[in-house]
Design a protein around this ligand. Sequence first.
Ligand code: SF4
Ligand code: SF4
Length: 381
Amino acid sequence: MLKIRYSLDLELTNSIRDMALPEELHFQVRNLVVKTKKGSVLTKGEIIAEHPAPGGGAYHAAVGGKVTGVNYHSLIVNCTGGDDVVPPVDVNSMGKGAELLRVLQGLGVGVSQLSGKAEVLVINGLNPEPGVSVAQQLLRDGREELAAGLALARRLLSPNRTVLAVPKGDEVTIPGAESVQVRAKYPYSLDALVVRAVTGREFPEDTRVMNVMDLYDLGRVSLTGLPITETLMTIAGNNYRVPIGTPVRHILTVLGLETHPGDSIVLGGPFRGEAIYSLDEGVKKTDYGLFITSSDAIPAVQDAACINCGECVLQCPARVQPHLISRCAEYERFEEAERYGLNSCFECGLCAFNCFARRPLLQYIRFAKAQLKAKGQGAQA
Ligand code: SF4
Ligand code: SF4
């Protein structure tokens, strides 16, 4: 079995740094509706694409410039723009109904956890994965934004109880929320497990959960009225504010990070992240880390047969059957995959990480969910 570190405790040594702007931004627009075209000149903050599903979100130019290429996968912006920025929107003067949610969504805020009335609002303040410290950094350095975000979230949801889940031994607070300490070990940082630790219940319908990265974004929108155009990423132990769409090649060059033949570059975290296939790929809003892994340390997944060892079942915190789900997904028997617990899986990645045969279990699970979602079935992303 692979030897890995599950602790979420990290030491913060620096404040947040700004990533230098690249010459080009490469936005990933696969499955999005593109709202601009080749040759258009964009102002910073202008919308470039939106998700076709209600609540799917919108994506904006992190810098002004000219659109030099658009295809099914990506949209390229040459960063030649000046200092002009789209006009801000005063979200705090708006009522708290559907119109505010629509505006927030249009500014790039994920609103799926902000609608309706909630009994409990849980803020997940744990670092999402081992080696990633963005949550810890924001709880230390983003307090003004987090307070503004929490005020807006509470205005929308009117919860009777607001809880900030923090790592055990940590005394951090946000005004308006009681702090509850949670075990700082992966996978206990995942939303579903944080909610269970705080409420004692599994998937309670009257509870909403947001992580501090999303709360920070909400607070920035509340304070500035401007759309979200950056993501915070842990790279080589430091946290960087990175414009969305920044090519990975630019990050490696600026930070002097070397890669070797056989290495994989993973966007996200070591358990849930996705390896990229091109250094020209631009970072997404949900990419909270960048890792370079060698095939010696973490062997690549392969198209191997399951040997029925049962390790994935033992590892699964959702108590489902990853080996059977993956076999169904492999042969496109998606409805059968649901019967083995597909929709209860919260994509922790532990099954894939610990599979002796190195089967791409998480990829199969995500594939099955995406196929069912496209058919209008399947509840969970
Ligand atoms: S990713 Fe694998 S281990 Fe994690 S909840 Fe889903 S099936 Fe279980
Ligand atoms: S860990 Fe891998 S090889 Fe073992 S039962 Fe699960 S899928 Fe099969």
